[in-house]
Design a protein around this ligand. Structure first.
Ligand code: HEC
Ligand code: HEC
Ligand code: HEC
Ligand code: HEC
Ligand code: HEC
Ligand code: HEC
Ligand code: HEC
Ligand code: HEC
Ligand code: HEC
Ligand code: HEC
Length: 311
């Protein structure tokens, strides 16, 4: 802040006599980014928060000609650098990104998209997050060596600021290993994209198949809801029932299958509500004991003994 103080005095007191500030800049060295001297003569190592930490991020790879300087993000900011004589207070830079920023969100994001519109962000403008006025900097920290959003171990903290329901879900007994740090929200979501539910693939099933390839089939006998949408039976974030199931069998199954229609002629099968080994009995509960291949089966026969997802 020392430099800034000096600069302040220069502006306030010696306005007329002062050597033009840009002339002084020429003699100054850049500290972390190419061409940053015009800013870092005031925003130096004493700045709090530590602005210069940007030098430790990918944006600080000055050998890479594509990396930005301060003005690429904050704008040329002429009047901020050289406070006009008639201004009471130093005008702010052209673009700011903090929570209290008055720069319109779209203008803030445009500064980033100038370089980052490609790849995962090709459809940013039609994403749910864009339509809800999120800024890139709602998730990304630019002036810290460790951007929490980019690290599997810390990414959830960023999301949970706004998504409390998913926080509760991923802590339920059955869950994907997200809190264990083996997966992250972005294993399934491209939060910059416009796929349904901002998924990494065009549908729920395609997203699941990217890891659970064996569930894709093709199967000789398909189970209709499996083909339709895995999330009919599974909650991908977490559940109390095992296997990420929204409810336990037989209840899960009986949302669609009336147990009374279960063939009663085959011995050992549950028969009806009133019989001793009916719905509430152990046999009925174990729909999966018999229908073991619930996601689809490849049996070429379709008889009482081998068909119906039983092999
Ligand atoms: C002559 C000194 C000086 C120069 C040069 C200067 N700044 Fe500043 N800047 C200040 C002062 C003073 C403040 C306000 C006090 C503070 O926030 O610490 C400030 C605040 C800021 C803020 C915070 C604004 C806010 O509302 O959150 C940003 C961002 C900023 N400057 C960026 C830049 C950039 C980028 C450059 C170069 C293009 C630059 N500054 C050049 C003195 C300077
Ligand atoms: C890649 C874009 C980008 C570049 C390059 C960049 N900034 Fe920033 N700056 C931001 C964002 C975004 C914020 C909001 C806080 C954050 O995300 O860390 C910010 C915040 C600031 C702040 C306010 C800190 C606060 O939170 O009060 C200052 C001052 C600042 N930048 C100065 C600079 C200076 C000086 C440079 C050049 C050395 C620079 N910035 C380069 C994007 C950038
Ligand atoms: C002048 C071009 C430019 C601007 C403007 C710019 N970036 Fe970058 N950014 C880069 C380059 C180059 C890289 C490093 C190469 C890469 O990862 O593609 C990078 C890397 C990143 C990364 C990846 C960091 C990593 O660890 O891999 C993130 C996140 C990022 N930028 C976010 C932003 C955000 C948010 C803004 C706006 C506040 C912004 N960038 C503005 C050029 C830019
Ligand atoms: C809702 C939070 C969120 C918002 C908003 C967001 N990002 Fe990201 N971004 C992430 C996460 C999480 C990752 C890590 C993804 C991964 O590692 O696969 C990421 C990764 C990146 C990367 C590096 C990897 C890549 O995809 O190329 C860049 C660059 C980037 N974001 C730029 C941006 C820009 C520019 C914006 C604004 C237009 C933005 N982000 C808005 C959360 C966000
Ligand atoms: C600043 C708040 C904020 C942060 C941080 C945030 N989100 Fe969101 N997100 C929203 C809002 C607002 C919506 C719109 C729906 C809603 O109200 O829940 C949304 C919607 C979503 C959706 C549903 C998209 C759709 O099309 O229905 C997904 C998925 C999502 N966010 C994932 C994430 C992930 C993953 C992260 C962390 C990398 C994250 N979000 C960080 C605010 C946020
Ligand atoms: C294994 C894949 C997977 C992971 C990991 C994952 N999600 Fe999702 N998420 C989905 C699917 C599939 C949907 C859409 C179906 C649904 O809502 O059940 C979804 C939906 C959402 C929605 C929208 C919910 C709604 O009701 O519209 C939000 C918000 C969300 N996820 C946030 C997150 C956050 C935050 C994380 C990290 C803690 C995360 N997700 C991790 C697969 C995943
Ligand atoms: C990025 C890879 C990945 C994606 C995408 C993915 N999963 Fe998983 N899934 C895993 C891993 C890893 C496990 C844990 C395996 C283990 O613990 O042995 C798992 C476990 C499961 C389990 C068993 C959970 C338990 O309690 O044993 C179910 C069910 C499941 N996934 C369903 C889905 C569904 C539905 C989707 C799509 C919405 C999906 N997965 C997407 C990687 C993934
Ligand atoms: C009709 C309900 C239903 C649908 C729809 C469904 N599942 Fe399952 N899933 C189950 C049941 C029931 C189990 C427990 C199986 C068991 O205990 O043998 C299970 C278990 C799993 C498991 C963990 C055990 C294993 O077999 O590896 C994974 C992974 C899985 N399902 C992925 C998926 C995927 C991917 C989809 C979408 C393509 C999907 N499920 C659709 C009912 C369903
Ligand atoms: C969302 C609704 C839904 C759920 C939940 C569901 N199913 Fe199905 N199931 C169907 C539909 C639709 C068919 C196809 C009916 C037809 O072809 O007549 C089917 C067919 C079947 C068949 C017969 C296949 C054949 O060859 O006729 C069996 C066996 C079956 N389901 C078992 C189960 C079991 C066990 C569960 C629980 C783990 C379950 N289903 C959950 C909708 C569902
Ligand atoms: C003891 C083994 C067993 C158990 C337990 C069992 N099933 Fe079955 N299920 C069968 C057999 C065998 C068939 C084939 C009967 C046939 O084709 O005549 C069948 C057929 C079906 C069919 C196809 C009906 C039709 O009309 O074609 C459905 C649906 C079904 N079972 C659902 C369930 C559900 C839901 C449960 C749990 C409440 C369950 N089953 C428990 C063995 C069992």
């Amino acid at each position: 802040m020392t430099n800034r103080l000096v600069a302040g005095i220069l502006c306030a007191g010696w306005m007329a006599a002062a050597v033009p500030l840009y002339a002084q800049d020429a003699a100054r060295k850049d500290l972390v980014l190419r061409g940053d001297a015009q800013c870092t003569r005031c925003h130096d190592a004493e700045d709090n928060p530590a602005v210069l930490a940007i030098g430790k991020t990918r944006h600080g790879t000055t050998a890479d000609g594509r990396t930005p300087s301060c003005v690429n993000c904050h704008g040329a900011s002429e009047t901020h650098i050289n406070k006009p004589a008639d201004a009471k207070e130093r005008p702010g830079p052209e673009r700011t990104f903090s929570k209290k920023s008055t720069t319109p969100v779209a203008a803030r994001n445009q500064a980033c998209l100038t370089c980052h519109q490609g790849g995962n962000r090709i459809h940013w403008q039609s994403s749910t997050h864009a339509s809800r006025d999120l800024a890139c900097s709602s998730c990304h920290q630019i002036h810290t060596a460790h951007d929490k959003a980019r690290n599997k171990q810390t990414q959830t903290e960023v999301c949970f600021q706004c998504h409390k329901e998913q926080r509760a879900q991923v802590n339920r007994p059955s869950h994907h290993p997200v809190m264990e740090g083996k997966m992250s929200c972005s294993s399934c979501h491209n939060v910059h994209g416009d796929n349904p539910k901002q998924l990494v693939r065009a549908s729920v099933n395609e997203t699941c198949f990217s890891c659970h390839t064996e569930k894709r089939g093709p199967f000789v006998h398909n189970h209709q809801p499996v083909q339709e949408d895995c999330s009919i039976c599974h909650n991908p974030h977490g559940t109390t029932a095992a296997n990420l199931l929204k409810s336990r069998p037989p209840f899960l199954c009986q949302q669609c299958h009336s147990h009374t229609s279960h063939p009663s002629q085959a011995s050992g099968l549950p028969t009806g509500r009133t019989t001793s080994n009916s719905l509430s009995g152990s046999v009925a509960r174990g729909c999966l004991n018999c229908h073991t291949n619930i996601h689809g089966s490849n049996s070429t026969q379709n008889s009482a003994t081998v068909g119906r997802f039983r092999r």
